[in-house]
Ligand binder design. Structure first.
Ligand code: NAP
Ligand code: HSE
Length: 429
C-alpha cells in the first residue's frame, strides 16, 4: 500500500459536502482501487461556523482559501467553489504553478480558461482533471478522452443541464409553471449559484465547449457557442410539441464540418423515437458519433451531491494511481483554433410559435413572411385559447436552410400583430 494521496478541499457546499461523505462511506474500497488511501488534510470555505452535516473537526480549517494551493501537506487541490474567475481561478493558477494536482467541477472556469490551465498543467507536469464539470456523475470525459480516443468524432450532442431537464420534464408531466418548478430544482441543489446560468443555457454552453474541445481536438471556444435557454418555453409549447410527436429538451450540439466548428445550445423538439426524448428529471445524456465505434450514448445523473462527488473522487483515484494524461485528450499545443461555422448554412426543420392578436389578416401576414423568406410550411396550428392576451399559432417547417427561418422572423420583427416575442425551437434531426 502506497502513501496517502493528500487532498486540500476548497468549497464545502453541495458537491464539497458530497465528496467528504463519499470518501467516508467508501474509504476501504477506494483505498484498494487506488492502491493507496485518499485523505483530506485541509478544507476551506467562506463560513467556518456553518453546519454542513459532516464532521470537519478532523481536518485543518484554512481561512484563506488561496493558501490551500501551497499547503505543505497537500498533493492535490480540489476546487468546488465555482465561478469562472475570482478565487477558483486564483486557486487553479497557483496550485498548478506550485506543481500540485488540481481537480475541479467548475465548467465555467474551464470554458473560459481551460486552454491556459491545460498549458499550465503541462508546464508543471501536474494533473488537471475535471470529470465532474460535464454531465455530473456521467463519465463522459473519460469516455471520450480514453474509451473513444481512437475515433474521429463527427458530432457530439446531448442534454447537459439537469436543472433545465428537471424543469421541462416537470412542466410536461404536471403542467406546472416554470418559476415554481425552478424553485424546486434549486432546493434539490441542482441549480448554479446564479440560476440564470442554467435556464438561459449558459451552463450547458460551458459544458458543450469543453466536450467539443475533447471531441474535436480544438481549443475550448465558449464565445462561439450560440446560446438560447428555456425561459420562454410555455406549457402550451410542450403540449403542442407532444401532440406533434415530440418532447421539448434543451440540447447542446457541436459538430465539425467544412465550414468550421458549429456549437449551439437551444431548446429543441426531440422526436419520441429518439433516446433523448426519454431522458427525464435531472438526468443528462450525451451522444457521440465516432467513425469506427458508431453512436455512443452516455446517460446518468447530471447534477446533485452524490453523482457529482462520484466524478470528483474518480479523478482523485486516477491521480492516486498515477493515471492521467493530457486534460483535453491531447497536448494543449495540439489543440487547434477552429473557425466558427455559420449556422445559416445548416439545414433543418423548425418549430415556430407566435402569440398574435385575434384579428383579420394576421395568419396571412405570417404566411407571407414565410413565403418571402423561402420557408416551406409543413403544418400550421392555430389554437383559440388566449395566451398572453392573444392566440397561439404554431408552425412546423419543412427542412430548409436556417438562414431562411431567421429571415422570416426578421421580417416579422416589430409587427403590430404579434403579442410578445416568437419562440423558435429547432427539431432534432
Ligand atoms: P455551493 O453549494 O454553492 O457551494 C460552494 C462552496 O464554495 C460553499 O462551501 C461556499 O462557502 C464556498 N465559497 C463560495 N465563495 C467562496 C469564496 N469566495 N471563498 C471560499 N469559498 C467560497 O456550490 P456547488 O453546487 O457545490 O458547486 C460547486 C462547483 O461544482 C461549481 O463549480 C458548480 O458549477 C459545480 N457543479 C455543481 C453541481 C451540482 O449539482 N451542484 C454539479 C456539477 C458541477 P460557504 O458554504 O461557507 O458559503
Ligand atoms: N447546474 C448544473 C445543472 C449542475 O443543473 O446541470 C450540474 O452541472
Amino acid at each position: 500500500m502506497g502513501d496517502a494521496l493528500r487532498v486540500a478541499l476548497a468549497g464545502l457546499g453541495t458537491v464539497g459536502g458530497g465528496v467528504i461523505r463519499l470518501l467516508d462511506a467508501n474509504r476501504d474500497l477506494i483505498t484498494r482501487r487506488a492502491g493507496r488511501p485518499i485523505e483530506i488534510v485541509a478544507v476551506s470555505a467562506r463560513d467556518r461556523t456553518k453546519d454542513r452535516g459532516v464532521d470537519l473537526s478532523r481536518f485543518e480549517w484554512v481561512d484563506d482559501t488561496a493558501a490551500l494551493a501551497s499547503h505543505p501537506d497537500a498533493d492535490v487541490v480540489v476546487e468546488l467553489i465555482g465561478g469562472s474567475d475570482g478565487p477558483a481561478l486564483t486557486l487553479a493558477r497557483t496550485a498548478l504553478g506550485a506543481r500540485r494536482g488540481f481537480v475541479t467541477a467548475n465548467k465555467a472556469m474551464l470554458a473560459h480558461h481551460g486552454l491556459e490551465l491545460a498549458q499550465k498543467a503541462e508546464e508543471s507536469n501536474a494533473a488537471l482533471k475535471f470529470e465532474a464539470a460535464v454531465a455530473g456523475g456521467i463519465p463522459v470525459i473519460k469516455g471520450l478522452r480514453e474509451g473513444a480516443a481512437a475515433n474521429a468524432i463527427a458530432r457530439v450532442y446531448g442534454i447537459l443541464n439537469g436543472t433545465c431537464n428537471f424543469i421541462l420534464s416537470k412542466m410536461e408531466a404536471e403542467g406546472r409553471d416554470f418559476a415554481e418548478v425552478l424553485a424546486e430544482a434549486q432546493a434539490l441543489g441542482y441549480a448554479e449559484a446564479d440560476p440564470s446560468f442554467d435556464i438561459d443555457g449558459v451552463d450547458a454552453a460551458h459544458k458543450l465547449s469543453i466536450l467539443a474541445a475533447i471531441a474535436f481536438g480544438t481549443q475550448p471556444a465558449f464565445a462561439d457557442v450560440a446560446i438560447g435557454g428555456v425561459r420562454h418555453v410555455l406549457a402550451a409549447d410542450i403540449a403542442q410539441a407532444a401532440s406533434l410527436g415530440y418532447r421539448v429538451r434543451l440540447v447542446g450540439v457541436a459538430e465539425e464540418g467544412a465550414n468550421g466548428l458549429f456549437q449551439r445550445v437551444h431548446p429543441h423538439l426531440v422526436p419520441l423515437d429518439h433516446p433523448l426524448a426519454h431522458v427525464t428529471g435531472s438526468t443528462n445524456a450525451v451522444v457521440a458519433e465516432g467513425n469506427f465505434v458508431g453512436r455512443l450514448l452516455f446517460q446518468g445523473a447530471g447534477a446533485g451531491d452524490g453523482p457529482t462527488a462520484s466524478a470528483v473522487v474518480a479523478d482523485l483515484i486516477d491521480i492516486a494511481r498515477g493515471e492521467y494524461g493530457a486534460s483535453f485528450a491531447m497536448p494543449a499545443h495540439e489543440l487547434t483554433a477552429a473557425a466558427k461555422a455559420d449556422s445559416g448554412e445548416r439545414r433543418g426543420r423548425a418549430y415556430l410559435r407566435f402569440t398574435v392578436q385575434d384579428k383579420v389578416g394576421v395568419l396571412a401576414e405570417i404566411a407571407a413572411a414565410m413565403r418571402d423568406a423561402g420557408v416551406s410550411i409543413e403544418s400550421l396550428i392555430q389554437r383559440g385559447e388566449a395566451a398572453d392576451g392573444g392566440v397561439m399559432i404554431a408552425i412546423v417547417t419543412h427542412e430548409g436552410p436556417e438562414r431562411a427561418v431567421a429571415q422570416a422572423l426578421e421580417r416579422l420583427r416589430g409587427s403590430q400583430s404579434l403579442v410578445g416575442q416568437p419562440l423558435l425551437m429547432h427539431i432534432l434531426g
